[in-house]
Design a protein around this ligand. Structure first.
Ligand SMILES: [Zn+2]
Ligand SMILES: [Zn+2]
Length: 450
């Protein structure tokens, strides 16, 4: 591995996790004898090897390539607070012991996670304003805020003396995102003047034609469905989607109901949204322990476990073991979340358990209304981004091979001169010459022991 030391003429991209798969992102950029890590995330319930039957609750990319030479690691930059981008950091940080850079909301979530593992006082978190410029070793960086399904997703402009990279992280074009800044193309279209050598880009929805749906349309859909209900309504969703939580609270207000968030992870997220200013003033939330005292038509509860996780709140509601709430015949459980591939069986079991009790369920596929919307760009959005940024090279990431190939095709039709796809462990050279060294290091997964 010692032969992999970037010179001052080199600009390299080396994904350790998240390229060839969706999840456990861990990216390295190399220049001038140094490495910059972008994101440090986990995947859930995965095997360590593709052919193994044994799955682990939490896995992440094996960081040993960089932890063995941590004197060359200039810092860790976190683009946003999703688990697949930051979830491994509390467990791996001791192997790196370098400063971590994040915007205020992401830093708040990170602090809460570090506190849980007793590391809060040790980690040097450099909290920086959105869209700010900063220097990490020989990398000149600038956050560029993009809309996604969590506040403050910050793409990165990475500038070096050898070349420049625009690292998109996860994004979509949302002109009405419910909370946070709207998507504005103005900053992006100035990037083309900054000679972007490579754009490293989200491929999650590259197989989907058209444009993603706005978070505001999801609010409308939730309102349409819930306003006709006469029993209790439970909404299953991911705790980190603050805009969705705000939408549900607004629907509650609009329909004469009280909203409560059941479970620690949701309450923690709402609390983080409050301290960082993302929870709208005057939007009421009720204690979940009061839910049981309300007439059914006044209840909206939000719960996690939309993937059928057996210990999460939706499963407990299905089994009647939730402390705060009991559901009856005629109540509605709405899934405002996508099905992560691999979870179909568990979700199916959960839906059946509700149905057996006469509790109705509504999943995204049961309705034309967008009760869930994706946070990732479809084909028209990718086209627009390539046209704004006009990189010399497209490097699709954050996808399985078919998603990355589709993203590369879009780049080609957007007249990006070169496209390269590969897998974790491949070394992509951006400067002085464009190329890829397949399997430059052996990419592996490790299990995280909590
Ligand atoms: Zn992601
Ligand atoms: Zn994300």
């Amino acid at each position: 591995m010692d032969h992999l030391i970037p010179s001052h003429n080199d600009l390299w991209f080396l994904p350790l996790g998240g390229t060839g798969e969706i999840g456990m992102n861990m990216n390295l950029y190399g220049h001038d004898g140094q490495w910059l890590m972008v994101d440090c995330g986990v995947s859930f319930n995965e095997p360590l090897k593709p052919d193994s039957q044994t799955t682990y609750e939490l896995v992440c990319a094996d960081p040993s390539f960089i932890s063995k030479q941590r004197h060359r690691l200039a810092g860790i930059v976190i683009t946003h607070a999703h688990e697949d981008h930051l979830g491994a950091l509390p467990f791996l940080w001791k192997r790196f012991k370098v400063p971590v850079y994040a915007t205020p909301f992401t830093a708040e979530i990170l602090r809460r996670k570090l506190a849980q593992v007793g590391l809060l006082s040790q980690v040097d978190i450099r909290e920086l304003p959105m869209d700010s410029r900063f220097q990490v070793g020989s990398f000149s960086l600038q956050w560029i805020t993009l809309t996604h399904s969590i506040p403050e997703h910050s793409a990165l402009m990475i500038e070096t003396r050898a070349g420049n990279v625009f690292h998109t992280g996860d994004w979509k074009i949302d002109h009405t995102p419910v909370i946070g800044e709207r998507f504005t193309p103005a900053t992006l279209s100035t990037l083309r003047q900054r000679n972007v050598s490579a754009m490293v880009c989200d491929s999650t929805n590259a197989l989907r034609a058209g444009h993603s749906i706005s978070e505001e349309a999801c609010y409308d859909a939730l309102l349409n469905v819930i306003k006709n209900e006469t029993g209790r309504v439970v909404v299953g969703c991911f705790s980190s989607n603050i805009a969705r939580l705000v939408s549900i609270a607004r629907v509650a207000k609009e329909t004469g109901r009280y909203v409560a968030f059941i479970g620690r992870s949701l309450q923690n997220m709402v609390s983080a949204a409050r301290v960082t200013g993302y929870w709208p003033e005057g939007l009421p939330v009720m204690e979940s322990s009061h839910l049981g005292y309300l007439p059914p038509e006044e209840v909206i509860a939000v719960a996690t476990g939309s993937q059928g996780e057996p210990r999460a709140m939706l499963s407990r509601l299905a089994n009647d073991t939730c402390f705060d709430l009991t559901l009856d015949k005629g109540d509605l459980v709405l899934f405002s979340a996508m099905t992560i591939p691999g979870n179909e069986m568990a979700i199916g079991r959960l839906v059946e358990a509700f149905k057996a009790k006469g509790i109705r369920t509504l999943q995204a596929q049961d309705t034309d209304q967008p009760i869930h919307v994706s946070g990732h760009p479809c084909q028209d959005e990718l086209m627009a981004m390539y046209d704004w940024v006009r990189p010399q090279l497209a490097l699709p990431t954050h996808g399985e091979p078919e998603h990355m190939l589709a993203n590369a095709e879009i780049a080609k039709s957007a007249h990006v001169p070169r496209q390269l796809t590969g897998l974790n462990g491949d070394l992509f050279t951006i400067a002085p010459e464009i190329g890829v060294r397949k399997n430059a290091i052996k990419a592996k997964r490790i299990a995280i022991d909590r």
